[in-house]
Design a protein around this ligand. Structure first.
Ligand SMILES: [Zn+2]
Ligand SMILES: [Zn+2]
Length: 222
């Protein structure tokens, strides 16, 4: 006879990558990352909107690049946006925390360690650049917008200022992501048999290509 095991679903509060690092550090048990993922109990699930295997959008990516650079220079202790949110919010999926209305975490921010501002840091950045290309079909010159990854150098203080200036926008961006996910979950749970959900995801990566089209969709081409 087969035995069934019933378990309460548990949603992971962090990425597998971060949990693996913490597991090795806290238990002293040396286990590889692939093995750690393989051994994950089936009832421990990852939030779907948080799948780090999928590509991050430009906003998330660029925010991560800045954190990574400051982390490598040992100025901050967070190397990615998940750690950043864990450090600045009570609960990173809470919309109150993300909208900075929660009194408990409103004033939480990053701690910057002392640094030498004369040593420049290197960081990556996705940038959209306009390029003139010769259209292979029409043989005419055409301007296209491309997203390219640039490697830049900057003084630590300026990078910190840049990060600080992007924080508010980042919280808002993350709030939108979490809110959409939560709204979708709620809707999904009370869907009647006459309703269907169609999820169309416009990734920001495609924005440059579709920007004009989207506008004309909205305004009926006028
Ligand atoms: Zn994003
Ligand atoms: Zn909070």
């Amino acid at each position: 006879m087969r035995q069934f095991e019933s378990k309460q679903k548990r949603v992971m509060q962090d990425t597998l990558l971060n949990l693996h690092k913490r597991f090795v550090k806290e238990t002293g048990i040396k286990v590889s990352y692939p093995m750690f993922c393989k051994l994950r109990p089936f009832w421990i699930i990852q939030r779907r909107c948080d799948d780090r295997n999928t590509y991050l959008c430009v906003t998330h990516s660029n925010f991560d690049f800045i954190l990574e650079s400051l982390y490598n220079a040992k100025i901050i202790s967070t190397s990615n946006y998940v750690d950043f949110l864990n450090q600045t919010c009570c609960y990173r999926f809470n919309e109150q925390c993300l909208s900075r209305k929660c009194k408990m975490c409103l004033n939480k921010s990053l701690h910057y360690k002392e640094f030498d501002d004369s040593i420049p840091l290197t960081y990556s950045k996705w940038e959209s650049v306009r390029q003139d290309i010769i259209d292979p079909k029409t043989k005419k010159t055409r301007t296209v917008t491309k997203c390219v990854k640039s490697i830049l150098q900057i003084k630590p203080r300026d990078l910190i200022m840049d990060l600080e200036s992007k924080m508010q926008k980042f919280f808002h961006h993350e709030l939108n992501k979490v809110h959409q996910y939560n709204a979708m979950q709620t809707k999904q749970q009370c869907l009647t048999e006459y309703e269907a959900i169609i999820h169309v995801d416009f990734s920001e990566n495609y924005q440059t290509k579709y920007a004009e089209e989207i506008q004309s969709f909205h305004f009926g081409g006028s």
